[in-house]
Design a protein around this ligand. Structure first.
Ligand code: 2E6
Ligand code: F3S
Length: 325
């Protein structure tokens, strides 16, 4: 295809969003398991999926990580990593009782929300936690102050929630929600509870908001937006919703290039591609190659902003390995 053909209004194009893929917390969590495997040797137990990505989990499994749902599946004294989504204090206590050697890979930005919950609860405030029931992060945060936290999952919940004292009320949120939907819920809550206190800083993390803002930029001029990410990855699933709300004619989530359906590409000229915060870049490159095989040109990248945040590895691992990162 010549350059003039590529720039014609109806010519095919592929635009890949940036930022996309791994955030600082995911990189830290995955490297934590890798370094634990290197240092201690397999098996290394991991409570829940270290991050919500099928490929990451399968790859670590092949190297000797064992993923369990609960700590009673871990042998006494074994090395056990807590996932990036965080754990309730009761889980940490259980680990101590079982004499497990734990490494906490909770993302520091999730830990920050835990601290906010503890502080508000200590001050006697009730907390409306905006998030998805059953998600591990919500279970962990709720466990910090179960008596004081009420889960709000939707605008309808915001309209119906009953509180002890409308003047002693704060809200917090899961880190990976849709920014726009969360603001709608907060507006609805504030209509009912004008003295509602905001979190000290945004709970929806930088990576979630940047990936949503970046996909919005490409969605409005995309016939189709392909989001790479696993089905249980909250932030990845939100990217599909955000792309559709921002004007993409269609949007689908895939775990990898093999899941792209030819029917999705019928009559499509412009394809946008992005990925969730737990997705290795190789999977995005696989999608771009699959599009090239179907006659689409090389992708151009639309960069919204650069990210440079990194987190040090968990202190218990740094101490064991004996060098910093
Ligand atoms: C930990 C906290 C937040 O489902 P969700 O989007 O929360 O999780 P992942 O693992 O897909 O994304 C990274 C992450 C880890 N986000
Ligand atoms: Fe942390 Fe946000 Fe990533 S909470 S794990 S930086 S998606």
């Amino acid at each position: 295809m010549t350059i003039s053909e590529q720039t014609r209004p109806n010519a095919k194009q592929v635009v890949v969003a940036s930022p996309r893929g791994y955030c600082a917390g995911v990189d830290r969590a995955v490297v934590t398991v890798e370094k634990a495997l290197e240092h201690y040797g397999p098996p290394v137990y991991v409570r829940k999926q270290i991050v919500h990505n099928k490929h990451v989990v399968e790859n670590l499994e092949s190297r000797g990580a064992i993923f369990v749902d609960e700590l009673d599946e871990v042998p006494e004294g074994a090395i056990t990593v807590f996932s990036a989504h965080g754990v309730a204090p009761a889980v940490k206590e259980d680990a101590k009782r079982r004499h497990l050697q734990t490494i906490d890979a909770t993302c520091p930005l999730v830990t920050k929300v835990h601290h906010e919950a503890v502080r508000f609860a200590r001050e006697g405030m009730q907390i409306l936690l905006i998030g998805h029931g059953g998600h591990e992060e919500v279970e962990g945060t709720s466990g910090e102050a179960p008596e004081n936290i009420i889960l709000v999952e939707s605008p309808e919940d915001a309209d119906a929630v009953e509180v002890r004292d409308p003047d002693r009320l704060a809200w917090l949120s899961q880190t990976t929600l849709s920014v726009d939907e969360t603001m709608t819920i907060v507006r609805r809550l504030r209509e009912r509870f004008p003295n509602l206190i905001d979190p000290p800083s945004d709970d929806i993390c930088y990576a979630t908001s940047n990936r949503q803002a970046a996909v919005k930029q490409i969605a409005s001029h995309s016939d189709l937006v392909i989001v790479v990410g696993s089905a249980n990855s909250s932030n990845s699933v939100r990217l599909v919703e955000v792309a559709l709300a921002a004007g993409a004619k269609a949007s689908y989530r895939v775990d990898n290039a093999g899941e792209i359906q030819d029917a999705w590409l019928e009559g499509v000229n412009s394809v946008g591609v992005t990925s969730g915060a737990s997705v290795p870049e190789a999977l995005v490159q696989g999608v771009l190659e699959a599009l090239a095989e179907r006659g689409f040109p090389q992708a151009t990248e639309e960069v919204l902003t650069e990210e440079s945040l990194t987190f040090a590895l968990p202190p218990e691992l740094r101490k064991a390995v004996g060098k910093g990162r």
